[in-house]
Write a protein that binds this ligand. Structure first.
Ligand SMILES: [Zn+2]
Length: 85
């Protein structure tokens, strides 16, 4: 009995750890397809995403530079687009 109790406790701890690892793996596996959608812009944040007219890259609307109703990711692309047309 003196040696049996520590072994039982160790077994319980190992079982608990295995359960924790299993649950974490399960939640990660389930949450992965929701966050990764290939071919679509990231929509994780509540912020609006706009597209640069020059390089077609999506970025937060708060960082956008607006000119003549179009949105641009940076000042250089705004100048490029306006000089092209
Ligand atoms: Zn751009």
């Amino acid at each position: 009995m003196m040696l049996g109790l520590p072994k039982l406790l160790l077994l319980l701890v190992l079982a608990w750890l295995a359960w924790r690892v299993y649950k974490r793996w399960q939640t990660q596996r389930l949450s992965l397809p929701k966050t990764q959608k290939p071919g679509q812009p990231p929509a994780s944040s509540s912020e609006d995403m706009v597209r640069c007219r020059q390089c077609q890259v999506f970025f937060p609307a708060s960082q956008a530079i607006y000119a003549q109703g179009d949105s641009f990711c940076c000042e250089a692309h705004r100048k490029q687009f306006l000089s092209d047309t």
